[in-house]
Write a protein of this length. Structure first.
Length: 248
């Protein structure tokens, strides 16, 4: 089933750099154009037509929300450089591989470099929260490595946008809270510290909150106490985490 651009023209397989649940990353000269994942409904009928139409609408709406996030986070430290938003999509600077790829394909670096990446991850997410943005989808695949070995955060399709100045420690969008972002951040930090991918998705629901006895052990790990604190819900805000890391 063919994917379509916003103008209705087809997207060919060799134009696609990568794809997520809701969007596609396309080659656009030296840069990347992100568009909604919209499938052709030509020749579809009945339930298939209805299902695909609903998915197309949802993915288009999520891309529009992501445009708003990039506009608010423009020139924010630790955030991927958005060159332009338009009817065509979101034009982004192209970076190297994600931290997920780096972990999968490379030897483990020293603690100094891992600490630098973890600190940058924390600062980037704190900057988002300070701008009134909760993320939800905090995962290694969304941290991209730059040529200077710094990292940038991408993919804001599943974000919640609040008025600037909102107290993010109590902000809640259908179960998405700072506590959820902090839990997912803990998983990303664990992945870098242990040099193995680990991801667990939760929402603000006691029935879904994981049994910590079944989570990986973090004793004697780089940032081990911080990771455990993220999973326990010890921190109310990213400012709390930032202060802990800054004090180290």
């Amino acid at each position: 089933m063919a994917f379509l651009r916003p103008n209705g023209s087809p997207i060919f397989a060799n134009e696609i750099i990568g794809q997520g649940t809701h969007g596609l990353a396309l080659y656009h000269g030296p840069d990347v154009l992100k568009v909604a994942k919209v499938r052709s409904i030509r020749n579809l009928e009945g339930a298939d037509l209805n299902h695909t139409t609903c998915l197309n609408l949802m993915n288009t709406e999520l891309l529009e929300r992501e445009k708003q996030v990039y506009e608010r986070l423009k020139d924010t430290q630790g955030i991927a450089c958005c060159l332009k938003t338009s009817q065509d999509g979101i034009l982004l600077k192209r970076y190297n591989e994600s931290l997920e790829q780096v972990i999968d394909e490379n030897d483990e670096p020293d603690d100094e470099e891992k600490s630098s990446w973890i600190s940058q991850m924390i600062k980037a997410i704190r900057n988002c929260h300070q701008a009134g943005i909760l993320l939800f989808d905090i995962a290694l695949r969304n941290f991209l490595l730059c040529g200077d070995r710094s990292i940038k955060l991408i993919d804001f399709a599943q974000c919640a946008i609040f008025d600037e100045g909102t107290d993010m420690s109590i902000a809640n969008d259908n179960g998405l809270t700072a506590k959820i972002d902090i839990f997912h951040l803990g998983c990303a930090i664990y992945s870098v510290s242990s040099w193995q991918r680990f991801e667990k998705v939760v929402l603000e629901d006691n029935k879904e909150w994981p049994d910590l006895s079944k989570m990986p052990q973090t004793e004697d790990m780089l940032f081990g106490d911080l990771i455990r604190g993220c999973w326990k819900g010890r921190y109310k805000s990213m400012d709390d985490i930032f202060r802990v890391v800054k004090a180290k």
